[in-house]
Ligand binder design. Structure first.
Ligand SMILES: [Zn+2]
Length: 180
């Protein structure tokens, strides 16, 4: 598996609209494997293909929750539960919304409270190309909506006030100048 370089905002290539995939083949599965490895290495809980310069409607998520160890005093066990979403669609969203302090692998070390529906019902193709539909809430619902935004060229800070957005873009631009 290959760790791929992650594009950082405000790189305009993150604004591209990703294309529908329609069929899951071995090439796409290889991409999803590489994306997952890249996400774990970062580390992060979600990654869209556009963030590794592939404009396809594909994303991976693993909330990597920690389970309590069996033995007292031992380190918590990291539970890996990778999820793969191809051509995801939101078919229903709750009227009830909530704020979550979001971050993004393409927006390093910066965070902002984004308001989104608390529950959604989504439809997608999985790793094997099978059609799936599920209702979700909590961090998974937030994360999926965040990653799906990437497929339409939207970044989490687009949801913030102009003041906060400008502040983040300024910090990102400064960071890139320093890195260059
Ligand atoms: Zn993101």
């Amino acid at each position: 598996m290959t760790i791929m370089p992650i594009i950082e905002a405000p790189d305009p290539s993150l604004r591209r609209i990703s294309a529908t995939v329609a069929a899951v083949d071995d090439g796409l599965r290889r991409l999803m494997d590489d994306m997952l490895a890249t996400m774990y290495a970062a580390p992060g809980i979600g990654l869209a293909a556009i963030q590794v310069d592939v404009p396809k409607r594909v994303l991976v998520i693993d909330l990597q929750r920690r389970a309590e160890p069996v033995e007292e005093g031992a380190e918590p066990i990291e539970v890996r539960e990778p999820r793969y979403f191809v051509d995801p669609e939101i078919v229903w969203a709750s009227d009830e919304v909530g704020a979550y302090n979001e971050g993004c692998l393409s927006v390093p070390e910066l965070f902002g409270d984004v308001i989104r529906p608390l529950r959604i019902r989504a439809r997608w193709l999985d790793y094997d190309g099978a059609a799936r539909e599920e209702e979700m809430d909590g961090l998974l619902a937030t994360c999926l909506q965040h990653e799906m935004d990437h497929l339409d060229g939207i970044l989490f800070y687009d949801h913030l006030s102009k003041l906060k957005r400008d502040m983040i873009v300024k910090k990102l631009t400064k960071r890139q100048k320093l890195a260059a």
